[in-house]
Design a protein around this ligand. Structure first.
Ligand code: ADP
Ligand code: MG
Ligand code: ZN
Length: 478
């Protein structure tokens, strides 16, 4: 692991750790930096660690400055993986970066340090903005470019048989000014059956052995082995107003409950289950064996086949996540889906894509989805324009429902309500009135919504691939 990827990059007599006062970094960050220097002392020979730029459950990322052989200084991102990560998992992440990265909008790697169980991956530093900070400023053209570059990165990694599994804006660095993009974080990546990344093949063996930590990396969604069994079979009550801080179309008549089953093959088995249209899980379902399937990622970006634990998942799951990002960018809302749990995430998808359509698609990949209510599919242009405040919302007349208690009145269930006052990131912007600077949002072509529709195809078998999506007429001229 200590073999340099690019041996020429660093001098051994590099810069000395700075003792200057770090005014912006907090005490805890300073002590984290100290601990990192202690854990991996070689770092100090090359880097002055300036600040922490990212902290996840499984890593901390620091900004480091190195003095190069020619005397110039360069910035690097130092990703310190938590020491309990499985060696093969770490090696696989590194191999993805070395084999696939460094081109086509995929982050590359410069070097890797290890001391005992501490591993630090050194990448070129890319300055970037958080999507939440720029989403309401982006022009339609910028959105078109963003999604084009994301699809380019996906086409590239998919060609190598790499499934990223955690496609979301935090893992796709975007520098708005420089118009540069980089896909990062292969910490959850998996290989397709014919993957060219050897270590991703080895990971399959690890997942089969009992190490829950490697099949579930995201603590937001992490459930212990014991609680997973329960969770799988638990019925979720979904309150229509529970969809993040905005209201999405909802059918009337109390909470909808959603659950999934492995599609039953015999009439006998179907007959014995008695949970349909109840808000409880019957004993038959409680006794079902838990379906084991990869489920990593962030709930709001998970494809229906991931949410329903379909055992054969492919590169199409990343394409779905790209669709959720496009939906977010076109509607100006981030995050778009915010779910704490897979069944809530599935219910949120149904509010947009339709419950009947979701059921049908799930059937195609061998899953039975039950939803106690009929949720109509919504028109994507109407949805996005309403959320952008370019169309009046039905909730302008009647207050929207915010929880399961239905008033019997309210929205038509066709279009979602805008954010309540004060939550809109662009105060002062008059809804659906002529803006002096439309940034292209007054003439979004149908192609944008057509591509969105294909990315958010509920059925992974017919979902567009990244390669084909790049040929889409939306990208004419790019
Ligand atoms: P994690 O597995 O903890 O999510 P990531 O690889 O996604 O780790 O990195 C976490 C964050 O660190 C990213 O969201 C990004 O903000 C920042 N980051 C990661 N790599 C780089 C890089 N090469 N340049 C600049 N920032 C980076
Ligand atoms: Mg990440
Ligand atoms: Zn049942």
């Amino acid at each position: 692991m200590e073999t340099p990827v690019c041996a020429e990059t660093f001098p051994i007599d590099g810069c000395v750790k700075s003792t200057s006062k770090k005014s912006k970094t907090s005490r805890s960050v300073e002590s984290d930096i100290e601990s990192l220097y202690k854990a991996v002392p070689q770092l100090a020979k090359t880097f002055r660690i300036i600040e922490k730029i990212g902290e996840g459950t499984f890593s901390s990322v620091y900004l480091g400055e190195a003095r190069m052989r020619d005397g110039s200084r360069d910035m690097f991102a130092l990703k310190h993986l938590i020491p309990i990560s499985h060696p093969t998992r770490i090696a696989a992440e590194l191999q993805c970066l070395t084999v696939v990265g460094g081109r086509e909008n995929v982050m590359g790697v410069e070097y890797c340090f290890r001391k005992e169980d501490h591993v630090v991956i050194v990448m070129p530093y890319m300055e970037h903005q958080a999507i939440v900070d720029v989403i309401r400023l982006l022009s339609f053209e910028e959105v078109r470019l963003y999604i084009y570059h994301l699809l380019k990165a996906l086409r590239h990694i998919h060609q190598f048989g790499v499934i990223h599994r955690d496609i979301k804006p935090n893992n796709f660095l975007y520098n708005r000014k420089a118009k540069t993009f980089a896909l990062v974080d292969f910490g959850l990546a998996q290989g397709t059956a014919d993957t060219q990344i050897e270590l991703l093949k080895d990971l399959l063996g690890i997942r089969k052995s009992q190490r829950p930590v490697f099949s579930e990396r995201n603590l937001n969604s992490c459930t212990s082995a014991a609680s997973t069994t329960k969770q799988t079979n638990r019925t979720e009550s979904v309150r229509p107003g529970d969809l993040s801080n905005r209201r999405l179309p909802s059918a009337r008549g109390g909470p909808a409950s959603v659950r999934t089953h492995k599609l039953q093959r015999t009439a006998q088995q179907t007959f014995t289950c008695s949970c349909f249209q109840t808000d409880r899980v019957c004993n038959v379902c409680l006794a079902r064996k838990q379906q084991v399937a990869p489920r990593a990622g962030t709930p709001g970006f998970r494809a229906p086949e991931v949410l329903t634990k379909c055992p054969n998942q492919g590169t199409a799951i990343d394409v779905w996540s790209a669709g959720v990002i496009l939906l977010s960018l076109l509607s100006g809302r981030y995050p778009f889906f915010k779910a704490s749990d897979d069944m809530i995430a599935l219910a949120q998808i149904m509010t947009i894509r339709g419950s009947r359509e979701t059921r049908r698609a799930a059937k195609a990949f061998g899953k039975a989805v039950l939803c106690s209510r009929e949720l109509p599919r919504v028109d994507l242009r109407e949805l996005c324009e309403t959320l952008r405040g370019r169309r009046p919302s039905p909730d302008d007349e009647v207050p929207p429902v915010t929880d399961g208690k239905d008033t019997g009145k309210g929205s038509t269930g066709k279009t979602p309500a805008p954010l309540p006052k004060g939550q809109d990131p662009t105060p002062g912007e008059k809804p659906w009135s002529g803006l002096c600077d439309e940034r292209g949002w007054d003439k979004v072509p149908d192609e944008a919504y057509d591509l969105l529709d294909r990315l958010l195809d509920l059925n992974p078998n017919s979902r567009i691939t990244a390669a084909l999506a790049l040929q889409h007429p939306l990208f004419k001229g790019l």
